[in-house]
Design a protein around this ligand. Sequence first.
Ligand SMILES: O=c1[nH]c(=O)c2[nH]c(=O)[nH]c2[nH]1
Length: 301
Amino acid sequence: MAIILGDHQYGKAENRIVRIVRDTPRHEIHDVNVSTALRGDFAPAHLVGDQSNVLPTDSQKQTAYAYAKRLGTASIEEYGLSLARHFVDDVPPVAAARIEIEDYAWERALVDGVEHDHTWVRKGQEVRTASVTVEGRGDAQRTWITGGLKDLVILKSTGSEFHGFYEDEYTVLEPTTDRVMATSLVATWRFTTTEADWNAVYAGVRSLLVRQFAVVHSLALQQTLYEMGKAVLEAYDVIAEVRLSAPNKHHFRYDLERFGIENDNEVFHADDRPYGLIQASVTRDDAPDAGPAWRRQDAFA
Ligand SMILES: O=c1[nH]c(=O)c2[nH]c(=O)[nH]c2[nH]1
């Protein structure tokens, strides 16, 4: 029997970079969490402790900060692209680089009803995400970009049903034709291009996802997810695939009848666990190969 080193990658995870644009008295803020991962033949480092090909994770961190100046005008996708290309093009042992970014939104503080120039309040909990993977050099170079969001907490108080499901001897769930449906959505979309109006696509996709959640009369969260992905693919030909992950944040109608009080879907217990976890990928039948687009940094965990 031989023991072999398998797939490996290494990088600096979760660089918390804040970029302030202060060229005028009205500042701008970009607050991001950047993770780098380099891939290539780093076997000697693992097998015999030879670091000669290893660009330290500390250097990767320094590079992420050095490139952060670009965040003044660049979207997170563009920033990730320049960082990934730098590692692959300029560091010979690196065969591929993956950059994952989370973007935390701030909104201007209102002071006496006026937007303040250099004070912000964190906007909700929703986070914009992006990943860039660059492989190979020169004409053989290939690039995969995803955009996305996570922690988009969304709830509808009607327009959702769940019935007609398969029942076995353990099924106790009551069918319903009117329930609260809520989730904390994670959506990731895979681009077919390395040049897009990234911020406009983000805003458009986000609003389509919210729109579909609201207007689709849902017979199950599964159906809602499919309709969300389908609408995005119909509207954006620069997107080949949408992946959705949605915890079903159950809201159980509370039994007030015990107290002689009517409860016509008015009072609920919001249960935090367990939760149903509904996940789907929606794709075009002619979508290009996903390559390493979904090879996330936490794939080793
Ligand atoms: O939208 C739903 N999908 C399910 O698969 C499911 N299962 C369940 O218990 N409730 C729900 N709701």
